[in-house]
Design a binder for this molecule. Sequence first.
Ligand code: 13P
Length: 257
Amino acid sequence: MNRKYRRIIIAGNYKMNMLPGEIRAYAESMKTLVPRARWCETVICAPFVDLTAGLKYLKEARISVGAQNMSEYPRGAYTGEVSGEMLRDLGVKYVIIGHSERRQYFNETDLTVNEKVRAALDLGLHPIVCVGESEKQRELGLTEAHINYQVRAALSGVNEEQIRKVVIAYEPIWAIGTGNTATAEQAGEVNRYIRSIIRSIYGARLARATSILYGGSMNEKNAFELLAQPDIDGGLIGGASLVPEKFAKIIMAANQE
Ligand code: 13P
């Protein structure tokens, strides 16, 4: 990480875990576990129905709230969907877009990811855009080609003003929920590559200021090493974010001298 040039973000992704009624106790634990002085922004991306409780209680633990998805449409007859404007109205700041689980199980394509990113930015939300290769793609040596396409597709039509609000998360699919973390070198290398793509689109100054996270079996044990990589500006954490003691340690790792 490089605190001088960019925001360090430690973001939890609850996925489809945590009941609304469990948030208060979680926030209380985090309040006692994490000291006040912090050099990173902490975020919890919660299920839609948890957002109200999250905004109420997590704020007291100095944690911002994000959603895990939003509709690409502004409003209308889209039963079961939640719009970006609804999120903004609640006071949500971040929204994960294009998580591999959404691409894999809910048919999200690079096109819908791009539509969602632009819809989020038009509303002033901060999208956390997820990209990452499968195990097969890595084996075949296609990691960079795949990441290059995903990043460029997600950011198509995003202007220089808007890119300042975008956070990228590199999440290799083979590392998610498997315990197989990418090594710090592997993750650092792809994050550096992502920054080079941003540089080629937006120039060196904006690339240097873009926060690029790593996600995939990040935990309280490997966080320090991952965050020591110059191009890893934080984490997107699934399983370990559900346990306050573990999540707090990851936040602490981002605050080491
Ligand atoms: P795990 O930390 O559980 O591997 O999940 C990572 C992830 O998908 C975060 O978005």
